[in-house]
Design a protein around this ligand. Structure first.
Ligand SMILES: Nc1ncnc2c1ncn2[C@@H]1O[C@H](COP(=O)(O)OP(=O)(O)OP(=O)(O)O)[C@@H](O)[C@H]1O
Ligand SMILES: O=C(O)C1=C[C@@H](O)[C@@H](O)[C@H](O)C1
Ligand SMILES: [Mg+2]
Length: 186
């Protein structure tokens, strides 16, 4: 029963589609959508590129941990997290313990194609963004897997189709973790 579904937290690399899928999923579920990157920007009054330039990545990560702690305590939201949120063990614990974590897994080629034109991601403003994406994927893929309850490949599937697949998975996930009828009576 999706009405009983706890908050859903989307994790995965840049360009996996967390913001795109998260918005559509929230609409389907009639829930509030929050994007941790946008939330950090609104709390700071500056965009991510500015935060990285003025405070370095470390400053951004501190803001991110505060945001993830706050947002994972909200009931029944859909949260798209920043691609690097899983690097911090505290964030991983907040995510895994407070909701259903979905890893949107896209291959590096797809990440590359989807992020190429957008200059808003400071980590990719380098001469060789493919190498950066590859290195980040090697480090982070095990962490996304560690924190996830559900893993979904996103490479070549339309966003609407992905959301339908995800809704089915979420439904069977809640059914399988629901309390068995005999336990309910005791
Ligand atoms: N399933 C999909 N099929 C085709 N294009 C997609 C799909 N999902 C996302 N996109 C496109 O890829 C781009 C990046 O998607 P999006 O911003 O949702 O990624 P993200 O995971 O939120 O990245 P970031 O971690 O940098 O915030 C967007 O232009 C979006 O329209
Ligand atoms: O992968 C990352 O480390 C990042 C991803 C984006 O969502 C932003 O959180 C920021 O650009 C850093
Ligand atoms: Mg995003």
């Amino acid at each position: 029963m999706v009405e009983e579904l706890p908050s859903v937290f989307l994790v995965g690399p840049m360009g996996a589609g967390k913001t795109t899928i998260g918005k559509l999923l929230a609409k389907q579920l009639g829930r509030t959508f929050v994007d941790s990157d946008w939330y950090i920007e609104s709390q700071t009054g500056a965009d991510i590129a500015w935060i990285f330039a003025k405070e370095g990545e470390a400053g951004f990560r501190e803001r991110e941990t505060r945001a993830i702690d706050e947002l994972t305590q909200k009931d029944q939201i859909v949260l798209a997290t920043g691609g690097g949120a899983v690097m911090c063990a505290e964030n991983r614990a907040f995510l895994h313990q407070r909701g259903i974590v979905v890893y949107l897994n896209a291959p590096v080629d797809v990440q590359m194609a989807r992020t190429a034109k957008d200059k808003s991601r400071p980590l990719l403003q380098q001469p060789n963004p493919r190498k950066i994406l590859q290195d980040l994927y090697s480090t982070r893929d095990p962490l996304y897997r560690q924190v996830a309850h559900i893993i979904m490949p996103t490479g070549h599937t339309y966003p609407r189709h992905m959301v339908n697949q995800l809704l089915q998975q979420l439904e069977s996930f809640t059914d399988s973790t629901a309390i068995a009828p005999e336990d309910k009576e005791n």
